[in-house]
Ligand binder design. Sequence first.
Ligand code: ZN
Length: 191
Amino acid sequence: MNVCRLSIVFAAAGLVTAVMAQSPAVRECSYDPAYLNRPPPRMTGPEPELGELERFVLDAFVRTYGDRILPFNLFTLEGESNVRGGPQGIAMNRAWLNLIGQPLAAAILAHELGHIVQAYGLIPLHEDAKAYGPEGEAEYFAGRLLAASGMTEDVFEGGVCPVISRYPATDTHPAGHLRVMLLRGGFYHDR
Ligand SMILES: [Zn+2]
């Protein structure tokens, strides 16, 4: 790649970074609420690579919603062990997701994708989920999407639910045992 093309690439990446830095629509959900009141993170242009289970989740999402929503982006999140999402995209810290393992990473991606369809009024609603607000609805949606992605019951019950059940309640997110209840409600919806 010559210098000219390289500078165009860098300029484009800088533009994406500037746009994203100004976009609260990608920071609407901080999966780890501990980061909510911190300075805005860096979200950069390179798309994070997806693991196999995450790819299955994204494929299932696009199959169902792809032609009903605007294009969205996946971004690399730097400086915090977290994933952030909103109507315009999802910013993921790849290194952190690799540490926590594929099943949980796929569940987090599914949750954030829920916030995208939430913005379009397309999220499947459930009475229990509605009682816990947008975060509860995103968790219920995540359960349904994980099932649609082909995640097995063993992986879901062994690699997702035990970890999320230990999360404390916060101002934005219900307590872990409630989140697992909502996840299971979605996961077993069609069974
Ligand atoms: Zn959320």
